[in-house]
Design a protein around this ligand. Sequence first.
Ligand SMILES: *[C@@H]1O[C@H](CO)[C@@H](O)[C@H](O)[C@H]1NC(C)=O
Ligand SMILES: *[C@@H]1O[C@H](CO)[C@@H](O)[C@H](O)[C@H]1NC(C)=O
Ligand SMILES: *[C@@H]1O[C@H](CO)[C@@H](O)[C@H](O)[C@H]1NC(C)=O
Ligand SMILES: *[C@@H]1O[C@H](CO)[C@@H](O)[C@H](O)[C@H]1NC(C)=O
Ligand SMILES: *[C@@H]1O[C@H](CO)[C@@H](O)[C@H](O)[C@H]1NC(C)=O
Ligand SMILES: *[C@@H]1O[C@H](CO)[C@@H](O)[C@H](O)[C@H]1NC(C)=O
Length: 545
Amino acid sequence: MRTLFLSLLATSCSVLGQDLSRSILERKLISRQSPAPTFNTFSFNQITNHFPNDTFYGPPPTSATFPQNYILNDTFYRPGGPIFLLDSGETSASSRGSFLLTGVIAELAQATGGMGIIIEHRYYGTTFPESELIAAEGLTTDNLRWLTTEQSIADFAYFAQHVSVPGHEDEDLTAPGRPWIMYGGSLAGAETAFTVKEFGDVIYGGISSSGTVKVFTGYPQWYYTIQENAPQDCVQSIEDIVDKMDFLINTKNTAALAELKTIFGLEAVQDIRDVALTIAFPIGNPFFYPTNSWQELNWDPNVGSDDFFLFCDAVTSANKTFSAVDSQLSKFTGGAVWTNLGNYANYIKTKIIPFCPPGVSLDSNECFGTHNATAWADPNDFSGNRAYLYQSCLEAGQFSQGAPLGRRTLLSRSIQTDYSERWCKWGFPAGKFNTVPATPALERWNKYGALHIQADRLAQVDGGIDPWQYACVHSPDGFPREDTLLRPYYLIKQGGHHWDENGLLNISAEPDFIQAIHDYEIKFVKSWLADFPKWRANQTQTRSS
Ligand SMILES: *[C@@H]1O[C@H](CO)[C@@H](O)[C@H](O)[C@H]1NC(C)=O
Ligand SMILES: *[C@@H]1O[C@H](CO)[C@@H](O)[C@H](O)[C@H]1NC(C)=O
Ligand SMILES: *[C@@H]1O[C@H](CO)[C@@H](O)[C@H](O)[C@H]1NC(C)=O
Ligand SMILES: *[C@@H]1O[C@H](CO)[C@@H](O)[C@H](O)[C@H]1NC(C)=O
Ligand SMILES: *[C@@H]1O[C@H](CO)[C@@H](O)[C@H](O)[C@H]1NC(C)=O
Ligand SMILES: *[C@@H]1O[C@H](CO)[C@@H](O)[C@H](O)[C@H]1NC(C)=O
């Protein structure tokens, strides 16, 4: 899922606790480029509850509407042109601003005389329903009750039908009189697919990029792509070390585990699962980590980060400085050497442990412990992390950690979903009007079609080396379909997580495989636009008849 804030990246963040918020978001961060550009932020009067008759939501909101932020760029706009609406997903609108300037939205707008708008998702950035109540009480379980996927996608349709764009008040830009085409990457990609599917009579089309349309509890598949595509000597070293570690865990060899923790500098961390998660941070996981991982690779070096490769180089380094450590635990594993353990431990000690501020316990929630229930329950985290955890716990399941069983793994098998599901229980105690289910209600997300979802003018673009691939329609477990201009279905084979979202505006300066998808996106969008008058006439006719 991610694009955004320079400041959130490896150089400046600590893990968990107060900065948990930040580190969670980093799952999706890909930008270490320039800081987010500044935009004028506009405000739209959005409906708090689109489903007033649904008892799921309890009593009516204290405020029927709320100000929803959006930003725009009309540099390329010609009167009568299409509107490209980018969903900010689980972050602020401005943090996605570069996509209006040089990314896919700018490229589509340039090619078609369109206008680009980024709408800020409810509960992210500074867009909050019932904001006065939330300012007073924080993001309590009750005050999060308007944060559901169905409310969020209804926002996009209502916005397109009612917005009056500053500087263009004299024109009616609303849907369905104008072609509105959505774009979203990752969570926003899933929402884009759902919006086109649900509101196809309002939103004319959409591009769902790496849309995580199917959700799970536990997402061990995260590691599969990495195991297949990362440098194999690195992968095997880590898998071997994890196998040995899991042997010690299964045989409850506490003396050996104590020595293992000490080797990684994590002797203060009590729960071996917290140790296991920490030493896997450089690899990433579906929820949070402090440094850039496989997911933060990008074709544009100004956007992505190569931390993952630096990590692998360090683990497999031929430098013998730390190699004595490789034999230190052999006495517990029948004499077997833990190849590259010394290198691995040195990387964790020098690159991960420093995220824990001096004087703070390594076992606290602010650092590498994840077991302080009070810290998880803090309602005053408005950074997006708490909202994202809530969405995950309620219906999206994305927080859920689970190592693969019955195959080789980069994450200790001691981590299964019960480990992270505690965070939901602690984070969101039952309120008066709202309760988070014991395990995420995945059907609230998967009901839109999951890996089967498709619709006219819904383009589905994925990446072949994306760790989220198994949640997207190009999943190896998915249902291949024909690629047509009406229903584009395109895999960027060597692409990662929504690698078409960022661009250079000058498409011919992009690498060939990125040019190819951007050219294709322009081509199918133009073909959609050519059919718009017919669609519109047919729609009007169908309505009146
Ligand atoms: C909710 O119920 C009322 C009364 O039955 C009805 O008039 C209204 O159309 C319903 N609203 C929606 C959005 O279904
Ligand atoms: C809109 O985007 C264009 C193309 O990147 C850029 O030159 C211009 O400065 C942007 N305008 C605003 C107000 O951000
Ligand atoms: C090996 O690593 C040590 C410790 O990081 C470093 O001081 C030394 O220069 C390295 N040796 C070589 C040959 O790179
Ligand atoms: C748990 O977290 C709370 C809130 O952050 C903090 O006040 C408390 O000291 C923590 N408890 C422990 C044992 O670290
Ligand atoms: C776009 O990129 C191409 C290839 O790098 C370059 O030749 C061309 O001059 C660039 N165009 C502009 C307007 O910068
Ligand atoms: C016209 O609209 C009807 C009803 O929505 C639909 O079934 C039909 O396929 C449409 N025809 C065209 C040419 O879009």
